[in-house]
Structures are given as structure tokens and as C-alpha cells.
Ligand binder design. Sequence first.
Ligand SMILES: Cc1ncc(COP(=O)(O)O)c(C=O)c1O
Length: 441
Amino acid sequence: MQAHQPLPVEWSTDATANRRDSYFAASQSKFVPFAEPLVFKKGAMQYLWDADGRKYTDLLGMNVCISVGHCHPRVVDAAMQQAQDLTHCTTMFYHPVPAHFAQELAATMPKGPKGDIEWVVHFTNSGAEAIDLAMTMARTYTGNLDLLALRTGYHGPTAAAQSITGIAGWRHPGMPGNVAFVPEPNQYRGIFGATTQPYLDEIDRVIATATTGRIAGIVIEPVQGYGGVIETPKGYMSGAAERVRAAGGLFIADEVQSGFGRTGDNMWGFEADDVIPDIVVMAKGIGNGFPLGAVVARKQIAAPMAEKFLFHTYGASPTSCAAGRAVLAVIRDEALQQNAKTVGNALLARLKDLQTRHKAIGDVRGRGLMLAIEMVKDRASLEPDKETTAAVFENCRKAGLILSKSGPFQSVLRMVPPLCLSLADVDQVADGLDQAFCALS
Ligand SMILES: Cc1ncc(COP(=O)(O)O)c(C=O)c1O
């Protein structure tokens, strides 16, 4: 067989931008973040290099997909070795790699006070597919249709995932119904302020008025990602689960952004509260860049799904699952959860210091390596400042930092870097942000 000859690639930024703008559908144009195109050519751990060889620190983690570091050699080797043996094996056949990975993922879940909770795994291609499946699973198990979701939550691009997404800019026509929204317990600008109880009372009210009274479940991101790094306060997830279970429903934790040790204190975001979900959805960081998602559910909740045929073509891809196994091993061996905590605390302190010097920063928040600063025009009225956010975001690029504009008003800069970000990087990030704000005036 003829050896592979790399196909020609034209790397110039202008050529790439022209080609993409000509051939990519318009549906992808709004996602381009910078005024001028940026082409990345290489990545290593927490760093990226553009087509001209300029280095950046990736505080976006390529949209939270890069959990353990760009091109982490152990993850790349694991996937490449598997791809060379058998790149794909459809789920209808048995293969040890996805089977091992399912066991290892299940082992990360809490067993409950009696130690009797059994977890099972259904692999998907993406987070949105996993969300769709979790919604179907909850509806099938409970026999109820109505789902609750949180305003400013984001759960993915498929029609079903959009139907539980509470940010207008991500919702397109044609979404299925049977979804009611409850206010997000945003401690900075939420409609009930910084106390938890009124947000919980509202769940009861919404169940009583905007549903049939019997519900399939509630979907909660333990820390909202695209919503602008909105932490659920202690007592919220457990209180929500209690109310939803009383109405016949399940608690579904969307850990697509907050999982895999990112919050520093725990492997899973829900562990910050005294609650065990019925279904956990994961994706992104699970594969460190290899496409993969998973629904991890209590065994009895997944059981009724055996009645019908359901199949995600690349769901249990041995190549992606080999990468996923390596990700879990690297998180453990390199103590990345602890690193997220240590480095996250140091970065948080520096961000709080920036807040004292730059009045546009209204709020600094987050945990571990899931942090954000929110820009306001006025610290009393909290009017969101989208323009300053966009300007700082552009200036950060000049300072070699890649961040994310997030939140329903695009007034938040979100930081979700690879979990290997170091203390040395913290200085560079804080100084770069400082320069980005100073350059505004
Ligand atoms: C919290 C959350 N859930 C679900 C998804 C959907 O995942 P995917 O983009 O892999 O479909 C995302 C994607 O950003 C997400 O942030």
C-alpha cells in the first residue's frame, strides 16, 4: 500500500479565512470571536501557537475540551495506538476499551450512604447527544414529559438540547416543547439576589403553574458555563432535587463544563452540594479533544431504555474511549484536580486585585479553573458592559491570552484553561489582563 503523503495545506491566515468564509455555512459565522481571523497551528499543554508562530496561553481550553493539556502525549499515544489497531468498532460488538472506560467512569460516581448505587454508562458522540439521551431517559423512566431547566443555562445545539437552553441567542425555531424555565440562582445579578431560598420556592411555583404537576426532571449545570460561570449556591442543587423528586422527576447534572476536576474541590461539580444525581451528562474534557460524550445513569433509570433501539454511531469509539481512559489516568497521576484548586485560587486572588483597580470589573467569581470576570457600566445598577468586554477580549489577544466572551449579555470573560495551567502562568495572565484594561483608556 502506498505510504500516506500529507495533503497540501495552505497555512496563511488570509487564505484560510477566505476559504472558510466561502465554504462554511452562515450558521457558523457568529461563533468567530475576534475582529481579525486567528489560525492556530500548534498546541502543547496550556499553550497555543498561531500560523505565524506567536504563542498564546489558552484560557478557553478550546471551549473546555482540553482538560489535561493540548496534545498531551499520553492521550495522543493512547488514541494513536488504538487507531492503528482498530480505529472504529461499532457498539453492536464487544470491545474491551469502551468496556474498561465505562467501568472506570462509573467508579468516579458516589455509591450513596448505603453503598448500593450502581452506575451504568451510555457513550455518545457529543454533549448535546448526551443531553438528548438524558432527556429521553428521564421521560421514559418517569413516564412524565415536562422538564425544568435554568435560565441562562446552555446544553447544546441539537433541537432537544436547545429546548432546555435558556439563552435566546442560542435558541432557533422548531425546538420541541414541554420545558419550563426557572430563574438561575445568580448570586451577583439574579432576580432574587444572593439568597438561595426564593430560587427554590420558585421551582415549586413553576411546577405548580407551568407544568402538568408531574415532571420528568430538572437539568442543572452545577456551575453554568456559557451562562457566565454562575455557581449554584450551596443548598440549591439538593433543594432543587428534593422538589423535583417530590413531583416525580429526576435530577440531571450537566457536567460538560464543570466536571473532571475542573472546580478543584471535587471531581464532579454536583459534589459541592449534598446531592447525588440520577443522571450525569459529560462531554468535552472527557476526551481532551477527541469527540466523546457520555450519559452516566443509575442502573435502574437506564433500564427501561432497553425496550427500544438507540444507537450513536461513534458513541463507544475505541479510539475516543482510549483517549478518555488516558484522560482519567492523567488527571489522577498529575494531580490535576488539586492543581486546579491551587492555581485557581492564585488566579482568583489576582483577578480580585484587578477588580480593585479597574472599575469596569463588577464581579469576580468561580472555583478552581472555572473563573470569570463580569464587566458593568456601573457597579450600582449592574448594567452589563458588552463593549468593554469586547475591547478587553481583543486587547487580551494582543497580550497573548485567549479567553471566552460569555453570559447572556456577552459581558463576562470566562476562563476555563487546561487543568495544567501553572502558578507561573498566573502572573502572565493577570499582567496581560491588567495591560488589556489599561489599554482601554
Ligand atoms: C454545559 C454544556 N452542556 C452541553 C453542551 C453540548 O456539548 P456539545 O457541544 O459537545 O454538543 C455544552 C457545550 O458547550 C455545554 O457547555
